[in-house]
Ligand binder design. Structure first.
Ligand code: FES
Length: 145
C-alpha cells in the first residue's frame, strides 16, 4: 500500500522537533480528519531557510509527507519553498494511496502558515503567498504535544 520511501520517512522521520525563537511558526489543522501540524522555520537575513522542524498529531502519511517536505524546503529560498506543493512532496515519495492524499496537505499548509508568520514578523510581503485559511493561533485552541 505504501511505497518504500513513505515507509522510510515514516519510520525514520527527518527534522522532527521544534526551533526556539523560530523566524516563522505555522500551525494548521486538517479539515478532513482533525489532525494537527506545526512547522518551525529558521530563515536567515538572505531569506534562505537554514533549518526547519515539524511536530504533528497526524497519521503515518502525515509524518512521511512532512518529513519529505522539510527535506525539500531546507536550504531553499522563501520563494522556492513556496513552490514545494503537496503534489511535489508526493512525487518525491513515489506516491501515496488516494485516501491519504489529504494528509499531504498538512505540511504544505503549515509551511505556508509559517512563511506568513515570518512575513508578518518582518513586515514584508511574499509574492504568491496567501493568508493561510486554517492557521490555528496559539490561545485560540489548546494544543498538547
Ligand atoms: Fe489525518 Fe492523515 S488521517 S493527516
Amino acid at each position: 500500500m505504501y511505497t518504500q520511501k513513505v515507509m522510510d520517512h515514516f519510520t525514520n522521520p527527518r527534522n522532527v522537533g521544534e526551533i526556539e525563537n523560530a523566524s516563522g511558526v505555522g500551525t494548521v489543522g486538517n479539515a478532513k480528519c482533525g489532525d494537527i501540524m506545526r512547522i518551525y522555520l529558521d530563515i536567515d537575513d538572505n531569506g534562505i531557510i537554514n533549518d526547519v522542524k515539524f511536530k504533528t498529531f497526524g497519521c503515518g502519511a502525515a509524518v512521511a509527507t512532512s518529513s519529505m517536505a522539510t527535506e525539500l524546503v531546507k536550504g531553499k529560498s522563501v520563494n522556492e519553498a513556496l513552490k514545494v506543493t503537496n503534489k511535489a512532496v508526493m512525487e518525491a515519495l513515489d506516491g501515496l494511496p488516494p485516501v491519504k492524499v489529504h494528509c499531504s496537505l498538512l505540511a504544505e499548509e503549515a509551511i505556508h502558515a509559517a512563511l506568513w508568520d515570518y512575513a508578518e514578523k518582518k513586515g514584508i510581503q511574499i509574492e504568491g503567498l496567501e493568508k493561510p485559511k486554517s492557521d490555528i493561533h496559539e490561545g485560540e485552541e489548546q494544543i498538547e504535544y
